[in-house]
Design a protein around this ligand. Structure first.
Ligand SMILES: [Zn+2]
Length: 303
């Protein structure tokens, strides 16, 4: 473990997508998109914002471009409360399914949508379902994005890059292998938190993992990560905290995505109340200081 100085950093993030934005199996989002006006999502976001305001906590919200386009007030009400707006893709398709060229166009479109709503260009990106590809980082650099949060150093049947570093790092530019200066590799990667158990990386800080683990497991994971001096990065979706307003197709899908053990909302409150949480933008400088370029990092993208 080369870096041990991020222990004071606790990051809170949300992925703002609707109840049907799941990729396993890949749903045809356009069928749902035609009928959905995202009113319930807006109410859920407002509930989150009120909770954060009461606790004076600021977070990063990775938002789908399509949702921002249809309901710009979702972006503006988040922005008005001083939180960071970042990009979660346009429609939530996996990056390998849309390919490099379409992804590039969609990132351009997202930047335009967000800039039109709040006059700011987002600094960060997180891929739908952590679907990072080897070409992702070059495209983000080219589009002026400062950091990526698409790497999940964990092995699951659905996603994850288990051999990726568990600490923030700069990824060497694929298109310019000769260059190794920080200035030319200034896209920062901020991997989602995992903790080590019996040599394996275990996820706990959001999504299905947070929904099934009891508080004592989460508390222990937080402690272990703090002892290593790593930053804590939590990720939540509105429908992790409350029930989905629509019914996902298929029993297996519903089981996988709607399974909850215990009171998830209560655990969420405990996390926020026990740690001083920040947005990524507010700690970006700290994260960049001292972070190193990781050379020769190879992506094993699950098929
Ligand atoms: Zn997502």
């Amino acid at each position: 473990m080369p870096l041990l100085h991020y222990g004071h950093i606790n990051i809170l993030t949300f992925d703002i997508e609707d109840w049907y934005h799941i990729n396993y199996p890949q749903l045809d989002f356009r069928i749902y998109d035609r009928k959905e006006d995202h009113s319930l999502l807006l109410s859920a976001v407002k509930k989150i914002l009120l909770f954060l305001e009461e606790r004076r906590v600021q977070a990063t919200f990775f938002i789908l471009g399509r949702i921002a386009e249809k309901r710009p007030e979702i972006v503006s009400c988040i922005e008005e409360k001083g939180h960071e707006i970042a990009i979660h893709g346009y429609e939530h398709y996996l990056l390998k399914d849309i390919g490099k060229e379409r992804f590039k166009q969609e990132i351009g479109k997202c930047i335009e949508i967000f800039e039109k709503i709040n006059g700011k260009i987002p600094k960060g990106f997180r891929a739908p379902s952590w679907s990072a590809t080897p070409w992702l980082f070059d495209v983000l650099r080219e589009m002026g994005i400062e950091y990526d949060a698409s790497v999940f150093p964990v092995k699951t049947p659905l996603y994850g890059i288990p051999d990726a570093p568990r600490y923030p790092f700069f990824i060497e530019a694929c298109s310019d292998p000769e260059s190794s200066s920080r200035e030319s590799n200034n896209l920062l990667e901020i991997p989602t938190s995992t903790y080590k158990m019996l040599g394996k990386n275990i996820a706990f800080s959001g999504g299905v993992f947070f929904k099934i683990f009891p508080w004592r497991v989460i508390e222990r994971a937080i402690h272990k990560i703090k002892m290593e001096g790593l930053p804590l990065i939590f990720f939540f979706h509105p429908w992790d905290l409350w029930n989905r307003p629509g019914k996902l197709p298929g029993f297996r899908t519903r089981f996988m995505f709607d399974l909850k053990i215990g009171n998830v909302e209560e655990r969420f409150h405990k996390v926020i109340d026990s740690l001083p949480m920040r947005s990524i933008a507010s700690v970006l400088k700290d994260l960049k200081n001292g972070t190193q370029v990781v050379s020769g990092f190879k992506f094993q993208v699950p098929g």
